[in-house]
Write a new protein. Structure first.
Length: 259
């Protein structure tokens, strides 16, 4: 399934409407089941941009702590569904609704946040010293690789960088949290140690993205947009260095030590 499709649209320019073709970001449902030797159950249905579905699922599994060892499961993919094959019933499914709330939030719909919040207090993140020039330039480097965004204007991006500013991975998706899950999942597949990396975001920093970074051991988040109050509080608790409004040669630090 393609991640971009053409649709007919009418465009208003200088008081005149014209019929044109436009590139539209695809949003579709991915239903994820978990199959053990004794049962088959629906874990969650999510809305995402098709592509890199295995990375998305592995990142989501890691972020939510469903399984801790990638050798314990396999993923069988179809166009609009996936089945996680596990060898026993030791996995933990978080209590949540049947369908995740659209493409906008990775944790909305949960009945209990305590397991995720406890994760913050267990973090032992290595502090990275990042040059100011690297901080302000990472979003531009990421944007240069955002092919789907360039075509549609409607897709978020997430990227993983080294402390020296080299881009290791970049993923795009209609959902901000999906893009982060795809990056984390692909890093796991590729064997990348994320505790020495920077997570770069094309939009704002919500609390769910800080939780995902903490679960992956990522100690620095740099974003084009602002941070929410809970994101700031969680980042401070976890020891994650966080920068927002990073554009046009400027940035805002939410927890920079005062000299």
């Amino acid at each position: 399934m393609a991640s971009i499709e053409e649709r007919g649209i009418h465009r208003l320019n200088d008081g005149n409407w014209s019929l044109e073709k436009d590139c539209i970001a695809v949003e579709s449902v991915l239903s994820i089941d978990i199959k053990s030797p004794t049962k088959l159950e629906r874990w969650v249905s999510i809305l995402r941009t098709p592509g890199n579905d295995e990375a998305l699922i592995r990142g989501l599994i890691h972020s939510e702590g469903v399984m801790t060892d990638s050798r314990e499961f396999q993923i069988v993919l179809n166009e609009s569904s996936a089945t996680i094959l596990v060898t026993d019933d030791s996995y933990q499914i978080a209590a949540r609704g049947r369908i995740s709330n659209g493409s906008a939030c990775g944790i909305c719909g949960r009945q209990d946040f305590s397991d995720l919040l406890n994760l913050i207090h267990q973090c032992e993140l290595r502090q990275l010293n990042i040059d100011d020039d690297i901080i302000v330039n990472l979003p531009n480097t990421m944007k240069d690789s955002q092919v789907a965004f360039s075509s549609t204007g409607g897709i978020h991006a997430s990227a993983l960088f080294t402390a020296e500013g080299d881009m290791l991975l970049m993923m795009e998706d209609i959902g901000r949290h999906n893009a982060v899950d795809k990056v984390i999942g692909q890093a796991i597949i590729s064997g990348i140690e994320m505790h020495n990396c920077i997570l770069c975001l094309s939009g704002r920093i919500g609390s769910e993205l800080v939780l995902k970074a903490a679960a992956a051991g990522i100690a620095v988040i740099i974003a084009v947009g602002a941070a929410s109050s809970m994101a700031i509080d969680l980042a401070r608790e976890a020891g994650i260095a966080m920068y927002g409004f990073t554009r046009n040669g400027s940035s805002v630090s939410y927890n920079r030590p005062i000299a």
